[in-house]
Design a protein around this ligand. Structure first.
Ligand SMILES: CC(C)(COP(=O)(O)OP(=O)(O)OC[C@H]1O[C@@H](n2cnc3c(N)ncnc32)[C@H](O)[C@@H]1OP(=O)(O)O)[C@@H](O)C(=O)NCCC(=O)NCCS
Length: 176
């Protein structure tokens, strides 16, 4: 589904294959990749990033809304600062996870909260009533972002990726 969301500072839009160099600054970063789920490894170079984006762009129209992957663009300079995604959590493919990744020089400015907030607002117009976020217990920045978003801690589990993960949940009434 083609999504175009706008806040004061950011846009959330579909990825394009030509975004590869900017996306590599996010997904090629060790500081980001160390926290990604097992299905997404650190991207080694621009060429590999292009292949990843080709797969994302091809898959996007066939995904059941609200799932998908989007770029986060800073409106001030039109720079991609990160990505946000809504995906079914394996292995049961019932719960929808929201995840966020920012290139390290864009951390600490509230961009994850701002982009995730608008994506969640849109997601809740798509006939769903809850979203989850999962984070490794030592991923303090991700846990802090989940809490800032108004997500509720619901426990720890290893059911999703075979890793011990903190689980957070949000429902439409919890949005600011
Ligand atoms: C998780 C991640 C997205 C968090 O980035 P972040 O910039 O800390 O996220 P937030 O949007 O919540 O920003 C909050 C910070 O911005 C600051 N901030 C500055 N200006 C702000 C503004 N206008 N509005 C809100 N917060 C602002 C806050 O004070 C806070 O600072 P602090 O970290 O010093 O306390 C980032 O660390 C990342 O990409 N990590 C790797 C990938 C990952 O772990 N993803 C999560 C699992 S999927």
């Amino acid at each position: 589904m083609d999504v175009w969301l706008r806040s004061d500072r950011l846009l959330v839009r579909d990825w394009a294959v030509t975004d590869a160099p900017a996306a590599f600054a996010v997904y090629g970063s060790e500081d980001v990749a160390q926290w990604l789920t097992p299905e997404m490894q650190q991207v080694p170079d621009d060429t590999a990033m292009r292949s990843v984006l080709e797969a994302w762009v091809e898959a996007q129209p066939n995904l059941q809304p609200p799932t998908g992957r989007w770029a986060v663009v800073r409106r001030e300079d039109d720079e991609i600062v990160g990505g946000v995604a809504l995906r079914l959590l394996p292995p049961y493919d019932e719960d929808i996870e929201i995840s966020w990744q920012l290139r390290p020089d864009a951390w600490g400015q509230g961009y994850a909260k701002e982009s995730a907030t608008m994506l969640m607002r849109w997601a809740f117009t798509q006939d769903i009533d809850e979203l989850f976020a999962v984070a490794r217990p030592d991923n303090t920045r991700a846990v802090a972002t989940a809490r800032r978003l108004g997500m509720e801690w619901v426990g720890e589990t290893d059911k999703y990726y075979g890793q011990r993960l903190q689980v957070f949940r949000i429902r439409p009434g919890d949005l600011d």
